[in-house]
Design a binder for this molecule. Structure first.
Ligand code: SF4
Ligand code: SF4
Length: 357
């Protein structure tokens, strides 16, 4: 049996009000928010965008979803977890401040923000899942303790995983910093010291002091045990002395799917997924630098199946663009690995029926 994926097309010519109206129609006609029942505590999982990023889901659109979930009787919180690298989303207080700066105020969305503080044991949880890579997943407790989960994802490209959608939003996005580290490890960049001109830019940007330059005529050296695979250094090195080891990409995608499995394990018929294939940029919402668009606005998808919605979003964006824009942007990354592994471990089905509303 195929999974249903509901879809409403959106174009750049649509005003903000028209897009909101289309989203409301999508929610009403698909009925996907039926997973939220009166009295439920609801985690509306979202990415608030890194400082300097503009690709994240529009707060007004997130507000349409949150308000609809509140109308169903849910006690709704927009939620995310803190990140590995040093930035504006590393600790809870800064993260909330940035979310508000990006427009996710209660006035805009109708709900409060909740970001677990993973330095507090009571706000994290370890879940034994015994999968291929991940034996025990470390996640924000709120995403497990909530009664229903509304996954609001920006569908876009990604340097390590080809693309990011529902599976990534859940797998990487609900993990604690330790959990994110478990997914990123073995991702230290490859180093070509002969190219290094000792400018020090990578040393300055590394959040964990994994890079060093010592002595006269120093060349860069990397401590792979310290590296968390954030790829910040790759972005600042102008001499191509540091490269992402793309062969590690398949493992991170499979780990991510396994973390999504951990989050969804107690959410049978209590989780919904909404993908925004709009502002489709080359890189993810953690990217604060230059981030070119790789496709026009395509539309909004909704489903009860995280695998089917990511497969449908991937297919339709590529169909509209008449080429695989994700492989063009990241030729070394096959993003479908996450979809295949997610299906294999029982998160959902790749086969879908697309229902345009
Ligand atoms: S990828 Fe580069 S910047 Fe990031 S932790 Fe590793 S060495 Fe440091
Ligand atoms: S950014 Fe590149 S050139 Fe500069 S120190 Fe680091 S590796 Fe060397």
């Amino acid at each position: 049996m195929k999974s249903k994926v509901y879809f409403v097309p959106v174009s750049k010519a649509d005003s903000g009000e028209i897009v909101k109206k289309k989203l409301k129609t999508l929610l009403e006609k698909s009925g996907v928010l039926g997973v939220v029942e009166r009295g439920d505590k609801v985690a509306a999982k979202i990415h608030f965008g890194e400082e300097g990023n503009t690709g994240y889901v529009d707060p007004e659109l997130a507000g349409v979803i949150c308000r609809a979930a509140v109308e169903k009787g849910g006690e709704v919180y927009l939620a995310d977890t803190n990140v590995l690298y040093k930035g504006s989303r590393t600790v809870t207080a800064d993260h909330i401040k940035l979310a508000l700066k990006h427009g996710f105020s209660k006035n805009a969305t109708g709900v409060d923000i909740f970001i677990p503080d993973d330095t507090k044991k009571e706000e994290t949880l370890e879940i034994a899942i015994g999968q291929k890579y991940i034996r025990t997943a470390k996640v924000g407790r709120f995403f497990i303790d909530c009664d229903s989960l509304v996954t609001i994802s920006h569908f876009k490209g990604h340097m390590l995983t080809g693309f990011g959608g529902a599976i990534k939003n859940l797998g990487m996005g609900c993990a604690t910093r330790q959990g994110k580290l478990a997914q990123h490890n073995n991702l230290a960049p490859a180093v070509y010291p002969d190219n290094c001109v000792a400018c020090g830019a990578c040393v300055a940007i590394c959040p964990v002091n994994a890079l060093t330059l010592k002595g006269d005529n120093a060349k860069i050296s990397l401590d792979a045990k310290k590296c968390i695979g954030c790829a910040n250094c790759v972005g600042v090195c102008s001499t191509f002395s540091l490269f992402v080891d793309f062969t590690a990409g398949s493992a991170v995608q499979e780990k991510m799917a396994e973390y999504a499995f951990a989050v969804l394990r107690n959410k049978k018929k209590k989780a919904v997924f909404i993908n925004f294939a709009m502002k489709i940029n080359k890189e993810c919402d953690c990217w604060g630098g230059e981030n070119p668009g790789i496709a026009p606005d395509v539309g909004i998808f909704a489903s009860l199946d995280p695998v089917a919605i990511d497969k449908a979003s991937y297919d339709i964006v590529n169909r509209v663009c008449k080429k695989n824009v994700f492989r063009s942007a990241h030729p070394d990354q096959d993003g479908t690995i996450q979809i295949t592994h997610a299906e294999k471990i029982g998160l959902g089905r790749q086969e879908y029926d697309l229902v345009e509303v």
